[in-house]
Design a protein around this ligand. Structure first.
Ligand code: HEM
Length: 459
């Protein structure tokens, strides 16, 4: 069947800006309103059309046909400035090879080891806090997830100076990301203070990662001469060879691409999920009571470890529901590589397609009363709950860190509540002025009260 129908346009476009003002003013409400206009809807940002997929089956069709709907569009062009051609941003033609090299690091057999790293890093972070302290959980959670990813990727905990610099540079990148994605190239190149800061942060993120990669390569070389062997993602990549060849599979530049990719894909995302779960639980007393009861009976005041996971089922339900309501990767794009069809519509080569895990997670046909925070949606009666549709993407480009982040999220959420009572200073959040790459809550200031029975211990 040949389809010729044109994709309908969303109403409300303004001269010049199109739908951009409405999108920037209230991005989530804007997205929730689109499915009323059809399964595919065209919107315009500053004259540039963008087709948003509003139907779960068509979203799946886009994700599965990853050579037709390839990574591309302004969002991935910006991501490539920092992450180069790493796993998350490389085109489909490069992807199978990279994924094959990387997949063993995310094999099930490695999860107990990663969980041990998570418990250790959590223990250190939680021991630093003290009774009565006021913290910004947005910052604290991000520091913990950054530490975990870097321990898993590089096998070292970070020295505080580098940690602080990376975090600050990433903040600058995230703060400027939307503006840089939307601005035409000639305006991005004007040396305004914001553009200069953004470009400098991009360069410094890469140079910090290059330093870490070089240090690891020296340790890998030393291991060949008898020093203790390294066992982490990057050392595995350094040692990998292309089939039938003795040459390294990845150049130094490509190793840095992967390091930046893992850091950026694995830090803000998991931290955001945990913070939304904490925020939603603390503003829903019945959920918090259920969560605390489970945490106390399973952990008895300890930090959580791998063996506790099968019994932390309600904690996982709460995290899952938070991921559904506020999926960290909320708006992603693809570039159409050939004339094709999608459902009843003809899609021309070059069309930029957007899919939104947020929009799909809020369809009432899939999730009745979608604005209600209800962890019981995910009650798997003692088993592990499913994951909300598309929250980790799909097809060949599905998140490689999905299980890693769910394990980390459950260990983090339960351990935080095992040791501390968390009193948020405000039950309303101030969201960033512009929507960001990840859908994280803004600052979350809270006072910590030590829970009496708590003791910090590594399992
Ligand atoms: C709650 C946490 C997380 C969420 C919600 C999430 C979400 C996603 C989504 C939606 C995609 C697909 C992007 C697209 O279609 O363009 C993706 C890809 C990816 N994620 Fe995650 N992610 C999370 C945690 C992690 C972690 C912890 C890591 C690494 C340790 C990671 C590494 C990656 C990588 C490398 C890709 C690209 C995969 C490929 O193209 O083969 N993510 N993630």
């Amino acid at each position: 069947m040949t389809s010729t129908a044109a994709v309908p346009s969303a109403p409300g476009a303004r001269p010049v800006v199109g739908h951009l003002a409405a999108f920037l003013r209230a991005p989530l409400a804007f997205l929730r309103g689109l499915p009323a206009h059809g399964p595919l809807v065209e919107i315009r940002f500053l004259g540039k059309p963008l087709v948003v997929v509003c139907d779960p089956e068509l979203t799946r069709a886009v994700l599965v046909r990853d050579r037709v709907f390839d990574k591309g569009g302004p969002l991935f062009e910006r991501l490539r400035e920092a992450g180069g051609q790493g796993l998350a941003s490389c085109p489909a033609a490069e992807h199978r090879r990279q994924r094959r090299l990387m997949q063993p690091a995310f094999h099930h057999s490695r999860f107990p080891g990663y969980a041990r790293i998570m418990t250790e890093r959590l223990d250190i972070a939680l021991r630093r806090w003290h009774h009565g302290q006021t913290v910004d959980l947005a910052v604290e959670s991000r520091n913990i997830t950054a530490d975990v990813v870097l321990s898993a990727v590089f096998g070292t905990s970070l020295d505080p100076g580098l940690h602080g610099r990376l975090a600050a540079d990433f903040d600058t990148l995230l703060a400027g990301f939307t503006r840089h994605t939307l601005l035409p190239k000639r305006l991005r190149k004007v040396p305004t203070p914001g553009n200069v800061r953004y470009d400098r942060a991009t360069r410094r993120v890469r140079s910090s990662m290059a330093d870490l990669t070089a240090a690891l390569r020296r340790r890998v070389d030393a291991a060949a001469d008898g020093a203790p062997a390294e066992d982490n993602l990057l050392s595995m990549l350094i040692a990998s060879r292309d089939p039938g060849s003795d040459l390294p599979a990845l150049s130094d530049e490509e190793l840095v691409d992967q390091a930046v990719t893992m850091y950026s894909a694995g830090t803000e995302t998991t931290a955001g999920a945990v913070n939304w779960a904490l925020f939603l639980a603390t503003t829903h007393p019945a959920v918090l009571a259920g969560l605390t009861a489970e945490v106390d009976s399973v952990l008895g005041g300890r930090t959580a470890g791998w063996d506790d996971l099968p019994r932390l089922t309600y904690t996982r339900q709460v995290l899952t529901e938070a991921l559904r309501m506020y999926p960290p990767g909320w708006f992603l794009t693809r570039q159409t590589e050939q004339d094709t069809e999608l459902g009843p519509y003809a899609i021309a080569r070059g069309t930029v397609i957007a899919y939104s895990p947020y929009l799909i997670s809020h369809l009432p046909d899939l999730y009745p009363d979608p604005e209600r925070f209800d962890p019981d949606r995910w009650d798997a009666h003692g088993g592990q709950p499913q994951v909300p549709v598309t929250v980790f993407g799909g097809g060949a480009r599905k998140c490689i860190g999905d299980e890693f982040s769910l394990i980390e999220g459950v260990l983090m959420l339960s351990s935080l509540l095992s040791h501390w009572r968390i009193d948020l200073h405000s039950h309303t959040l101030s969201t960033p002025r512009l929507p960001q790459l990840t859908l994280n809550p803004g600052p979350m200031t809270a006072t910590l009260t030590a829970r009496r029975h708590a003791r910090v211990a590594v399992r």
